[in-house]
Design a protein around this ligand. Structure first.
Ligand code: IYR
Length: 249
C-alpha cells in the first residue's frame, strides 16, 4: 500500500474525486438522482423483497397457458439493467413461443441429456449432486412452457467496420443479468427454470445466432402447472453463507 494512503477513513472528503475534471472533459457525466429513504421504510422494503425471494422455486412442470410477449420483453429489459464489464451488456436474449422451434429445442436438448444421463457422460459425483432434484433426460417443459428464452453471452463484439473487440468479465456480467431476469419474472408472477443442457453449443446454430455468441443458459417461462411439486429443499441459513470481517460497530 502506498505510504500516502490512510485507512479507516471516516470523512466524506475525497482526494481523488470521480470523475476527475480531465475525465469529465472527455466523456459525458450526469448527476445521479437519488433520494434516501427513511430507515424504517428501508427495512420494510428489504424484508418484503426477501420474503418474495424466499418463495421462488425452479419449476419443471409448466402450464401451456399463453404469456404476453410484453411481459417477456419487460423481463429482458430489467435483466439488461445488470452491471456489465465496461458497460458492454454482452448478452442477447433469444426468445421463442413458436411450437416448432420449441420442439426442435426439446429434441436437441434431450439428445444431449440422453448422453449425460443414459450414456454416462455425467460422472458419479455429478449424478449424486442432482439426485435430489430427480432430473432426467426428459425435457418436456421446453415444449409445454409458452416461452423459451436462451441467454447468449457475447465473448467479443463485432463493430460496424467488421473489426472485433474482446469483452471482459463476460460470465460475471451475464450471470448478474440472468439473476435479475429470474427475479423480474418472479416479480411479475411467472416461473422459470434455469436449464443448462450440456453441452449447449447446438443452440447457436439452431437459433441462428452469430459466432461471437455462446449460450449461457436457457429459461422455459410460464405459469406453474396446477398442483406442481418441487423438491423439499432448505436454503442455507445466514450463518452458513455470511461472515462479517473486522471490528464490529
Ligand atoms: N444439465 C442437466 C443436469 C442438471 C444439472 C444440475 I447442476 C441441476 O441442478 C439439474 C440438472 C439437466 O438440465 O438435466
Amino acid at each position: 500500500m502506498p505510504k500516502s494512503v490512510t485507512t479507516g477513513t471516516v470523512s466524506n472528503t475525497y482526494e481523488n474525486p470521480y470523475p476527475s475534471p480531465d475525465l469529465e472533459a472527455r466523456f459525458p457525466f450526469i448527476s445521479y438522482q437519488f433520494q434516501r429513504r427513511p430507515k424504517a421504510e428501508m427495512l420494510e422494503r428489504a424484508q418484503a423483497f426477501h420474503a418474495q425471494a424466499e418463495k421462488r422455486r425452479s419449476i419443471r412442470m409448466f402450464s401451456s397457458d399463453p404469456v404476453p410477449r410484453e411481459l417477456i420483453e419487460l423481463a429482458v429489459r430489467s435483466a439488461s439493467t445488470a452491471p456489465s464489464g465496461a458497460h458492454k451488456q454482452p448478452w442477447t436474449f433469444a426468445a421463442t413461443q413458436d411450437p416448432e422451434v420449441k420442439s426442435i429445442l426439446r429434441v436437441a436438448a434431450e439428445k444431449e441429456e440422453q448422453a449425460n444421463y443414459l450414456l454416462n457422460r455425467m460422472n458419479a459425483e455429478w449424478i449424486e449432486a442432482v439426485a435430489p432434484m430427480g432430473t432426467d433426460h426428459h425435457k418436456e417443459y421446453l415444449e409445454v412452457a409458452p416461452w423459451v428464452v436462451v441467454l447468449f453471452e457475447h465473448r467479443y463484439e463485432r463493430r460496424q467496420d467488421g473489426s472485433t473487440r474482446k469483452n471482459y468479465y463476460v460470465k460475471e456480467s451475464v450471470g448478474m443479468a440472468a439473476g435479475l431476469f429470474v427475479a423480474a419474472l418472479q416479480n411479475m408472477g411467472l416461473v422459470t427454470l434455469a436449464h443448462t443442457p450440456s453441452p449447449m453449443a447446438f443452440l447457436r446454430p439452431l437459433l441462428g445466432r452469430p459466432e461471437n455468441e455462446r449460450p449461457f443458459a436457457m429459461f422455459p417461462i410460464g405459469y406453474p402447472l396446477e398442483g406442481v411439486k418441487v423438491p423439499d429443499l432448505r436454503r442455507k441459513s445466514l450463518d452458513e453463507i455470511y461472515v462479517e470481517v473486522g471490528q464490529k460497530e
